[in-house]
Write a protein that binds this ligand. Structure first.
Ligand SMILES: NC(=O)c1ccc[n+]([C@@H]2O[C@H](COP(=O)([O-])OP(=O)(O)OC[C@H]3O[C@@H](n4cnc5c(N)ncnc54)[C@H](OP(=O)(O)O)[C@@H]3O)[C@@H](O)[C@H]2O)c1
Length: 276
């Protein structure tokens, strides 16, 4: 049995689907425990990652856990897993986690989650993905409103990854031997600019979309209205000061799974219903 956290989210859902495709039994964890549209072989369970004791029932009889980063008491979550007899954990992290710059709030929470799993006594694998293609779903309100897509950091190219490929890597690390103690940095197949994503979307949706880069000063005001300032500072550190390079194309997805990662056009085609 495998427990997958964040199962209603982009990555968790992909992990569930990859495990099911491999014939594994899965428990899909969300806070509400409400069904998240999975088929047979998946039981949905309730638990709050911010409250480790709430996970006890979900962890019963579980062999491997997929864990999202950044919750209030990651050592506590891992202690519950160890108490329940869990053998291995795949910890999601982020590409900046290895930079050592703990003044960056995003890096700090990723690094703290990595430290916790390394210290847990469980067999662990860490997966550090580049930015997700699924971040494009944040354009949905704009796509409903009209044909202009605005985004911050318009000149920053990233080798974005399809969560589908993160799911495949996590599945292998959870079920196959030989992945304990490894840190996998994973990317998509090519660096892509936001304007290129808009062009691909326009083609696939048959729409006349126009991309507009949001100037940095305007982006800062808009972002500070939507999230704590420490995270806005972290993203400016990554993408304006240039302290995170997510444009690198890495061979890891193919090395771990045997097949190359999907490109952005394939991601769009797999999500046409949501995007239309
Ligand atoms: N976006 C990127 O480019 C990027 C890059 C690298 C790493 N990451 C990391 O990847 C993580 C996952 O991303 P995603 O896009 O899959 O997230 P997402 O789609 O926003 O989904 C988040 C999931 O976490 C669950 N959740 C939230 N709070 C919870 C809690 N207290 N206890 C239990 N479950 C909780 C949510 O379920 P319910 O709300 O139903 O409980 C949902 O299933 C991010 O949080 C980030 O740390 C993201």
């Amino acid at each position: 049995m495998y427990l997958v956290s964040g199962a209603s989210g982009n990555v968790g859902r992909a992990v569930v689907e990859a495990l099911v495709a491999d014939g594994r039994e899965v428990r899909a964890l969300t806070r509400s425990g409400a069904p998240a549209g999975f088929g047979e072989g998946v039981a949905t369970v309730a638990g709050n990652l911010d409250e480790p004791a709430s996970l006890a029932a979900a962890l019963e009889g579980v062999r491997g856990v997929f864990l999202l980063p950044g919750y209030a008491d990651m050592p506590g979550v891992l202690a519950e897993a160890a108490k329940a007899g869990v053998e291995r954990v795949v910890q999601l992290s982020g590409m900046s986690a290895g930079s050592g710059d703990l003044t960056n709030a995003v890096t700090a929470y990723m690094a703290a989650s990595e430290d916790a799993v390394r210290a847990s006594g469980l067999a662990w694998t860490i997966v550090r993905p580049s930015a997700f293609m699924a971040n494009t779903l944040r354009w949905l309100p704009q796509l409903r409103e009209g044909d202009v897509v605005r985004e911050a950091f318009g000149d920053v190219a990233a080798a974005m990854i399809d969560p589908y490929d993160i799911g495949r890597v996590v599945r292998v690390a959870l079920t196959d031997d030989g992945h304990a103690g490894k840190v996998y940095e994973v990317s998509g197949p090519e660096p892509i600019l936001p304007a290129e994503r808009a062009r691909v979307l326009a083609r696939e949706l048959g729409r006349d979309l126009r991309f507009e880069a949001i100037p940095d000063d305007v982006a800062r005001v808009e972002m500070e209205a939507a999230m704590p300032k420490k995270y806005v500072d972290a993203f400016f550190d990554f993408y304006v000061d240039g302290n995170l390079d997510e444009s690198r194309v890495l061979p890891t997805v193919e090395e771990v799974t045997g097949t190359a990662p999907r490109g952005f056009r394939e991601w769009v085609r797999a999500h046409l219903a949501e995007l239309s």
